[in-house]
Ligand binder design. Structure first.
Ligand code: GDU
Length: 403
């Protein structure tokens, strides 16, 4: 029987990649997303319920309409800086809303739960590689909001029979190789995103936040994981729970770190753009080095990453950003285009505002077509009408035609 899965935040960056893999694997999917950062177009499988996790009535309704076998909970705020500025938003959206969801799982007897957590739960760390049993000492509200959710899930699981997998993401980047999905959130400030934006001329320069860190080249080291591999970790986690295995926490990274300079060099190499790089102050709360020990997920889930090299991560990210620029330009053009014949004729100064107003008044009385009225009044010729109707048609299809 087809298994039905609830995916909160499935219209977002990681969620959308995961639902595509789940859809390809034959799962029946219901996405629950408020579209605050995600996009309905990214929901390539299943049905979409637009709503907030704070809306308990809608959540209960969604659970009662379907019989879910498992819940994958992605929906969350994810910016460290924003969490410092607006901590209550983070505790509400990331922690309190997880409680709402667990409450529904309890009421509707859903026993499998996969939770998106973060390496931010570890905070500052001195270890070369972080294991799942390394101390958890978050240094910002984002990390705390996720760690509190982890605690709630674990406490609840102890008494309810819920089995969970908590996935602690390291630095997620890249986009799917077909160019259909990627990071669409406009406010994203992550290094690879910022560097790609700069290479493509949307920003003037990239700042390196600190060049005096205790790392070989003085800049921050992170474990960048390709979003497709991270999505696959969720599918593997689901299979793991379906096989009746016990609850676990897994790091999601490759165990390989790259410095900010190495990342910037790669973006410059692949884009062929030698964009300006500014060495600036350290960012508050940035650890020097965050690299996963990923042995546990490889061993226990049998997770086999396919995209574990920086070149692939950067080139797919760059390709996606290029696509976003093309889409934005097209959208701007379409927004600018007024498909109405009268507006086209005005734009080309074929009719005056007075002539158009009179013709439109006549149209409202006679219900005749505007073009016919203008031809009858000899304001435009039949040939001209034909030409502008053609342009109108092209514009409707989003194709610009200069007449
Ligand atoms: O313009 C920039 C942006 C980032 N950096 C540096 O690049 C590295 C990566 O920074 P990101 O902002 O891309 O990511 P973070 O490591 O700060 O944070 C990420 O990893 C965390 C876990 O460690 C959380 O999961 C969090 O959600 C996620 O954004 C850091 O050394 C940072 O100082 C720059 O030098 N310039």
């Amino acid at each position: 029987m087809t298994k039905k899965i609830l995916v909160t935040g499935g219209a977002g960056y990681i969620g959308s990649h995961t639902i595509r893999q789940l859809g390809e694997a034959g799962y029946d999917i219901v996405v629950y997303d408020n579209l605050s950062t995600g996009s309905g177009a990214s929901v390539t499988y299943g049905e979409l319920t637009i709503g907030s996790l704070e809306d308990k009535d809608l959540l209960l309704q969604t659970f009662s309409q379907h019989k879910f076998d498992a819940v994958l909970h992605f929906a969350a705020h994810i910016s460290v800086q924003e969490s410092i500025d607006k901590p209550l938003n983070y505790y509400t959206n990331n922690t309190f809303n997880t409680l709402n969801l667990l409450d529904c799982c309890q009421l509707f007897h859903v026993k499998k739960f996969i939770f998106s957590s973060t390496a931010a739960v570890y905070g500052q760390t001195q270890q070369e590689q972080i294991t799942e049993s390394s101390p958890t000492k978050p240094i910002n509200p984002y990390g705390h909001s996720k760690l509190m959710s982890e605690q709630i899930i674990q406490d609840f699981a102890r008494t309810s029979g819920l089995k969970y997998v908590i996935l602690r993401y390291f630095n997620v980047a890249g986009a799917d190789s077909t160019g259909k999905l990627g990071q669409s959130a406009k406010k994203a400030e992550h290094l690879i995103k910022v560097a790609c934006d700069t290479a493509l001329g949307r920003r003037a320069s990239v700042n390196i936040f600190g060049t005096d860190l205790p790392t070989p080249d003085g800049t921050g080291i992170r474990d960048y994981i390709h979003v497709e591999d991270l999505a696959k970790a969720h599918v593997d986690a689901l299979h793991y729970l379906e096989a009746g295995n016990d609850s676990q926490i897994f790091n999601c990274g490759y165990g390989q770190g790259y410095s900010v300079r190495e990342v910037l060099n790669m973006v410059q190499k692949i884009s062929g753009v030698d964009f300006p790089v500014i060495e600036s102050q350290r960012r508050v709360g940035d650890p020097a080095c965050v690299v996963a020990n990923a042995n546990k997920i490889r061993t226990m889930l049998g997770w086999k990453p396919k995209y574990n090299n920086l070149e692939t991560i950067v080139s797919t990210a760059l390709m996606w950003e290029k696509k976003l620029i093309t889409l934005a330009t097209l959208e701007k053009n379409i927004a600018r285009q007024n498909f109405k014949l009268g507006a086209l004729l005005l734009e080309h100064k074929i009719v005056s505002q007075t002539e158009l107003t009179q013709a439109l008044q006549e149209q409202s009385v006679t219900k005749q077509k505007l073009g016919e009225i203008l031809v009858q009044k000899s304001i435009i010729s039949p040939q001209m009408l034909e030409k502008f109707l053609l342009e109108q048609n092209w514009r409707k299809q989003g194709i610009w035609l200069q007449v």
